[in-house]
Every structure is written in C-alpha cells, then in structure tokens.
Design a binder for this molecule. Structure first.
Ligand SMILES: Cc1ncc(COP(=O)(O)O)c(C=O)c1O
Length: 455
C-alpha cells in the first residue's frame, strides 16, 4: 500500500459516522467530466452521480470560475441587512423553469433542511389561513426525505428511522406506489390506482382537520430504487389533497434540474404542487445549496395576513453557492441538458434492459431519464428478495468499483427489512459509448456476484 493511502486510511479512522456496509479502499484524488480518479490515477466512471447529485460531471472550470469570482468579492451577505444579488438572480432562474404556480423561492443548505422547512411552512400556512388544527404531514413508506428529525418523521425508510423512533412524530404513512411489488397484490390498470386512493382513506381516518400536507418524491430515490408511479397517480393525489385542503409537498431533491428528463420530476404528470423542495442538482453538487419553492396560493395568504415565515439559517443562500447555482442552471439551459438527459436516459434504460435483464438476479429495471434502479432478487419468478445479511447491493457495488464503475447500492424497500438494488444516476454529459462501457462493467459485476453466492 502506498504511504499516502496508508496515511489517509489512518486519518479516516478519526472520521465518525461513515455509513457504508463495506469499507472504502481508495482516495478520491480528483474528478474530470464523468470520471473520478484515485490515488494511483486510475479512473472510475461516476455512474451514480456521486450519488445522484452530480449533473454536469466533475471539474467543470466554468463553475470553478463563477464560485472563485464571487468568493473574491464576498462570501456571506446576510439577507436581512443586505440585498444579496446572486440570491435574487438564482431565484428568478429557478422559478422560470418550475411549475407555473410557483411564486417564491427560499434558499437553504441541504435537502433535509428543505424538508424541515416545507413541513414548517405547511403548518404556518394553515395557521395564517385560520386553520390552527392542521399540523400533521402524511407521507409514504419506501420514501426518503432526509436525516434530521422532522425529515426522518416523514421518511419511510426503516433502517434510517428505527433507532430514532422515540424522537419522531408518529404521523401516518401510506404504501408506496411500486407496481413491481404492489402492496395490494393488484395489477394496473385493474387496480384503479388503489395506492393513490389510500391517501383519501387515511385523511378520512385521522381527520382532515388535523392534516396539513402530503409529501412525496415524484420518482422514488434510494428508498424505492427509482419507483415510477402510474400516469393517474399524481393527478389523483392532487385531487385528494384539494378535497381536504391538504398541501402537496413535492420532494425534488433528486429529480429536480433535469435528472429524469424534465426540469422537475412532477412535470411528467403535469401536476402543480404547493411546495417544492430541491437541492442536489441545483449546484451539480459543487457547493451545498437547497431551496423550497412556494406557490402563489401560499404567498397570497401570507401577503394577506402580513405573516413572516419564521425560518432562517446563517449560510442559507450565501452568494458563493448561489453563484454556483446560477452557473449550473445556465449551463443546463444553454446546452440543452434536460433534453439530453431525456434522450440519453432512454438509451440508458434500453441498453440496461438489453445488457442486464438476462441475469437471474435482476428482478426489475425501473426509473426515468438519468435515474435508474436495478432490483436484485434471489428468485426472478417469485421476486423473492435476498437475505439482507448477504449485502447484495453493496457487494455488486464493490465488484463494479473494482472494475472502474461507481453504482449506488441501496436496500430495505421490501417492508423496510429486505430488498436490494443498485442505482445509476450519471451526469447528463455522459456519452452513449460511456453508458455502454459502464453497463458492461455492471454486467460483469452481476455475473461475478452470481458466481460468488453460488460458490
Ligand atoms: C428525495 C430526497 N429528499 C431529501 C434528501 C435529503 O437531502 P440531504 O442529504 O441534502 O440532506 C435526499 C438525500 O438523498 C433525497 O434523496
């Protein structure tokens, strides 16, 4: 082992709380385009977008320049004393691409903070609107909205929740709209989208007078490995929310900024949410930045009452992160990268089906655009998942990494305790040849994994 790697491994023992099933073996030295390079100069294709945030690839000097220029001027500008020019410029850009009813933007630091803020905003909206009894946020199982306590309360990802259960709000959850493992053992379209109608049932059950919002990822992330609900799902959800005066919070932390082939994931359904949360792709993960978008309906009520949303964070909307966001959004727009994500996303899904679906361990390939999940199963015919102690996803991740390809392992979407998948979310600048090369490495890794478990 090189001295440098030795020293880095030793120093890493001082880092607390690294969440990985298998230890990391390499230093991430630098990045260029779709590749990351280790301490020996070996390249790894970032097929998981580092994870699921890196939309423009690594080392884009246009973003480095935008950030550096802003840093040379000023890095923090408290918006209660000053007009932060970059903040306003980015808000205008983001709102231009968002669903039409979105009227304002509040910047934050992380996706989890955006979820917290959306839960708080929903609550304060109902207070301002003369409905002080509404506070509860309904969400879904097999969902992920962040690690902080409010966000974890609405998260339906058992392995991330269970140690903290006594600290969480015990708000109701409905089943995930995952057709491959339909919670009602029904088949679409005969099911009449039972999974969406479940929201109506639960609101009636707990009492609409207590429910402030429903939160969902338009296309699932790590907790469901890129689950795509059927076309009727969100129009029905919108109708049910309206019927009960419940706000619809759309978590676009993964899907936003072109990841699924539209600016926002919910655009695939043409539905207008009341609050949108976003993070990752907004700066391509060059700097931490998140936001909530607020609809005209909510803004109207606050304007009427003169209420101020009680929510502020020291570094939120700092001009450096906003400068990164402006550069990223302009590049996405000027280079047609949302359209590219849609086009290459179709290629990615077609080639993945051609190259991977023959594997006995591949149960389902799902997702949209540059977001794809490959569910791993012990038995393809019965869909029986692997035993969780086998760490199927992490093992395929490790095997792929050895070949020079990064995929994101996830687990626990079968009743919270079983179910394994690997996810792909490459930068939108990836080429067809690079997709093929990465899928070949995944193909070999799946074959190696099948051999490992057989032997
Ligand atoms: C859908 C979704 N919401 C919220 C979050 C939390 O974001 P962060 O990790 O920036 O706090 C994530 C993180 O992966 C996510 O995937």
């Amino acid at each position: 082992m090189s001295e440098r790697l030795d020293a880095a491994k030793k120093a890493r023992t001082k880092v607390f709380g690294v969440l990985s099933s298998l230890p990391a073996e390499r230093i991430c030295d630098h990045g260029e385009g779709v590749y990351l390079f280790d301490q020996d100069g070996r390249q790894y294709i970032d097929f998981s977008g580092s994870p699921m945030a890196c939309c423009l690839g690594h080392g884009d000097q246009r973003i480095t320049r935008a950030v550096t220029e802003q840093m040379q001027k000023v890095s923090l500008c408290f918006n209660t004393y000053w007009i932060n020019e970059r903040e306003g410029e980015l808000a205008e850009r983001v709102l231009r691409r968002a669903p039409r009813n979105m009227a304002r933007c509040q910047f934050l630091n992380s996706g989890s903070e955006a979820t917290e803020s959306a839960i708080k905003l929903a609550r304060q909206y109902h207070l301002e609107n003369g409905q002080p009894g509404k506070y509860m946020v309904i969400s879904r199982w097999q969902s992920y909205h962040g690690m902080t306590l409010g966000a974890l309360s609405v998260t339906g990802f058992s392995s991330r929740r269970d140690k903290f259960t006594p600290l969480l709000q015990s708000w109701p959850k409905i089943d995930a709209p995952l057709c491959y493992r339909c919670p009602y053992d029904m088949t679409y379209p005969g099911c009449e989208v039972r999974c969406a109608r479940a929201l109506d049932d639960i609101i009636n059950q707990v009492g609409a007078q207590y429910v402030s919002a429903f939160i969902a990822e338009p296309i699932g992330g790590a907790a469901s490995a890129a689950m795509v609900p059927v076309p009727e799902y969100y129009p029905l959800i919108r109708e049910i929310c309206d019927k009960h005066d419940v706000l619809f919070i759309d978590d676009e932390v993964i899907c936003g900024f072109g990841r699924t082939g539209k600016w926002f994931g919910i655009d695939h359904w043409g539905v207008q949410p009341d609050i949108i949360t976003m993070a990752k792709g907004m700066t391509g993960a060059y700097t931490p930045l998140a936001a909530i978008l607020v609809s005209d309906r909510i803004v109207g009520v606050f304007e009427q009452t003169g209420g101020k949303f009680i929510n502020a964070f020291t570094t939120a909307g700092n001009p450096v992160s906003c400068a990164a966001g402006i550069a990223v959004v302009d590049i996405i727009e000027n280079e047609g990268l949302v359209e590219r994500s849609a086009r290459l996303g179709e290629y990615l899904h077609r080639r993945a089906r051609e190259k991977l679906s023959h594997h006995p361990v591949v149960g389902d390939i799902r997702g949209r655009g540059m977001l794809m999940g490959v569910e791993l199963v012990r038995d393809k015919a019965t869909k029986e998942p692997f035993d969780s102690s086998l760490l199927a996803g992490s093992r395929v991740h490790r095997l792929a990494m050895e070949k020079g390809c990064m995929v994101f392992p996830t687990s626990g979407f079968v009743h919270g305790v079983r179910g394994d998948a690997i996810m792909m979310a490459p930068p939108y600048i990836i080429t067809e040849a690079q997709i093929d090369a990465a899928l070949d490495m995944v193909d070999e890794s799946l074959a190696d994994f099948a051999q490992e478990i057989a032997g």
